[in-house]
Design a protein around this ligand. Structure first.
Ligand code: SF4
Length: 324
């Protein structure tokens, strides 16, 4: 993706990642700023308009860079579950994305001081193993050609004993680097859901082909069927979709599967509704339990069980993780 404007913190300009990004966007207007929050946290921003004309912000991250995993996220049974936010916001535009409820703007912030992240991870590893999700608040692989940050995380994982990273994506990379400490987690949705709600993402066929290529080169692959969306005909659409996935991917070689329905914290849903006033997903009448807006319990369980049962019919038992 090419950006029309790039805001650059004075402090960020000389970092190699900043220089790389600016070299790849020579036609962008560059605006020097003091602090990324001057742009990112401005009140009364027009979210939809900014998404149509996206800008990039290059910044230096101070303070904490690694955080404990949130309860609505799956740990896959791993201890010491953390996530890192080296980029905020995403080049894709999924209608259900919680980022629409998290931030006031869709402008993407890239933190260019990767070595500080690496140092914080090394510090953490001194007190034990670490399972670290690095692509929650963005799609790092979709941005990798521009930023190179996914490559940096993979290099760090390769050289760090006890570190296991998950890189989640909806992109369809041509080639991925196989590494024992890296899990490539592909999120897949039925074509009808992807077309309707996962704007700007590659089509399902391209993502399935990318998963196949990753498996063929020896990458560790996770499949995420999360979030499931309650579209008309979901009872038929989701099992047919798993059949399609099974026709295209060797499920025996998938390390595990994540299954979950749409859910979002109450606060985020409120902001998502303000940012996306015409969104069918934002305005669905969810129920709220423990401050999390979600489908009614029976519907939620029926939806997840549908995929679990189907996966179990393909001998995936014991490798399936549900969100609740
Ligand atoms: S790919 Fe993920 S992070 Fe990006 S918009 Fe979609 S849900 Fe959000």
């Amino acid at each position: 993706m090419l950006y029309t404007h790039i805001y650059v913190e004075k402090e960020a300009a000389d970092y190699p990642i900043a220089k790389r990004i600016l070299e790849r966007n020579t036609s962008a207007g560059v605006i020097t700023i003091n602090h990324y929050k001057d742009i990112f946290n401005r009140a009364h921003q027009d979210y939809r308009m900014q998404k149509r004309s996206p800008a990039l912000i290059l910044a230096v991250r101070h303070g904490n860079r690694i955080f404990a995993g949130a309860p609505v996220c799956q740990s896959f049974g791993q201890q010491n579950f953390f996530y890192a936010s080296s980029v905020m916001n995403c080049p894709f535009d999924c209608e259900y994305c919680y980022l629409k409820g998290m931030y006031q703007t869709p402008y993407t912030v890239v933190f260019v001081n990767f070595e500080d992240y690496a140092e914080e991870v090394r510090d953490r590893l001194r007190s034990g193993n670490c399972y670290l999700c690095v692509s929650y608040d963005t799609d790092l692989l979709a941005l990798n050609g521009l930023t190179g940050i996914a490559d940096e995380w993979i290099k760090l994982a390769e050289s760090s004993e006890g570190l296991q990273i998950e890189i989640r994506t909806k992109s369809a990379p041509q080639r991925l680097e196989p590494c024992g400490n890296v899990i490539y987690a592909f999120t897949l949705s039925p074509e009808i859901v992807a077309e309707k709600f996962e704007h700007m993402t590659p089509p399902l066929g391209a993502r399935l082909a990318a998963v196949r290529r990753a498996q063929e080169t020896g990458c560790r692959v996770r499949l995420c069927f999360d979030p499931m969306i309650k579209v008309d005909g979901w009872e038929r659409i989701y099992p047919d979709f798993i059949d399609e996935v099974a026709r295209n991917i060797d499920l025996d070689r998938v390390i595990d599967f994540s299954v979950g329905t749409f859910r979002i914290s109450k606060d985020y849903l409120g902001r998502m509704r303000r940012n996306c006033p015409d969104s069918q997903i934002a305005w669905y009448p969810y129920v709220t339990k423990d401050n999390v807006c979600q489908y009614p319990q029976q519907t939620d369980a029926a939806m997840q069980n549908l995929i679990v049962d189907k996966l179990e019919s393909y001998n995936c038992t014991g490798r399936i993780f549900k969100w609740n």
